[in-house]
Design a protein around this ligand. Structure first.
Ligand code: GDP
Length: 306
């Protein structure tokens, strides 16, 4: 909780510091206040569509209640954001590093553009699972980027897990297949597969990801159980664009939003979960192994308003 608060400090200053400043000297929530609030939400990367939705709901409330003081704005906004996240199924994954109720091995295919924090997130996940005594296999399927395979091996060694790697420029689908096979043989709890983040054409990306899926399904028909899209939260609207590309290319089932420690744009979490209706499962709040958290809606909203 503490590290989440600390990690989100910049976001807090950005959204809620600005709001406090915007309402200084104003006693009621009028059109001016709502206009300013709209600017603040948009500049915090909540996204235009989601911002308009939030403002409209506040307007309706203000109209209904006849008088709404600016001192109530915080709690109204907080309500609306929480409601929005709930509607969009950003469930509270109480402790999704637990695997008791999951298929075994639970196969997670990780997608995202280079630099989003894919490899780091995989390393952090491996660490969280092994910390809980789970057996983990990693597949170094990002075979196109020079450092990716080595980087994954380094993370894997640090977390003490098996890494399946075929080296650079090999077929990522073969790596995925072998990782799943190894996972089954070892009776592993979790298999996490890295993929290349090349977005040069949509069709290419789509073909590549479907091939990886198809080939691993030869060994384990219901794999992957999870397709985790990693997005760099500090890139704001860019992350939204990437989410659009990847959700078109494959069935993304969960999101990990990274680098929320280094950004004044935490609002992107709200906009993304509103637009895509895909649960935000993890957030990255630093570069170290422990800096990955299971997304908790209530805690997230709390931290923004502290
Ligand atoms: P990939 O190309 O998607 O595999 O990205 P990497 O995992 O190599 O990460 C790119 C850079 O982002 C590295 O320098 C990571 O240390 C950094 N990074 C990843 N996640 C986070 C995070 O949550 N917070 C911060 N501050 N840095 C992160």
């Amino acid at each position: 909780k503490e590290s989440l608060d600390k990690g989100l400090e910049k976001s807090k200053e950005s959204i809620f510091g600005k709001i406090s400043r915007a309402i200084v000297g104003k006693s009621t929530v009028d059109e001016d206040v709502l206009d300013e609030l709209e600017d603040i939400l948009i500049s915090s990367d909540v996204g235009v569509g989601t911002t308009v939705k939030i403002i409209k709901r506040i307007e309706e409330r203000v109209a209904r209640d006849k008088y709404t003081g600016t001192s109530e704005l915080d709690s109204i906004l907080r309500d609306e954001i929480a409601t929005l996240l709930t509607e969009n199924k950003s469930l509270d994954f109480k402790d999704s590093f637990e695997t008791e109720n999951l298929p075994k091995p639970y196969v997670i295919m990780v997608v995202g553009v280079n630099g989003a924090g894919k490899t780091t997130t995989i390393g952090k996940l491996a660490h969280q699972f092994t910390k809980r005594g789970k057996k983990v296999v990693l597949g170094a399927g990002d075979t196109f980027r020079a450092a990716a395979v080595d980087q994954l091996k380094t993370w894997g060694t640090r977390a003490g897990v098996v890494v399946i790697d075929h080296g650079m420029n090999t077929d990522p689908a073969a790596v995925a297949h072998d990782a799943v096979k190894k996972g089954v043989e070892m009776n592993a709890d979790v298999v996490i597969i890295d993929t290349a983040g090349r977005l040069h054409t949509k069709v290419n990306l789509m073909n590549e990801l479907s091939k990886i899926k198809r080939v691993m399904q030869k060994f384990l028909p219901d794999a992957p159980h999870e397709v985790l899209l990693v997005l760099d939260g500090s890139t704001g609207q860019n992350a939204v664009i990437q989410a659009r590309e990847f959700t078109k290319a494959t069935d993304v089932t969960a999101l990990a939003i990274t680098k929320l420690d280094g950004t004044a744009k935490g609002g992107v979490v709200i906009g993304i979960s509103d637009e895509f209706k895909i649960p935000v499962k993890y957030i990255g709040v630093g570069e170290k192994m422990d800096d990955l958290q299971v997304f908790d809606r209530a805690q997230f909203v709390d931290s923004l308003f502290k």
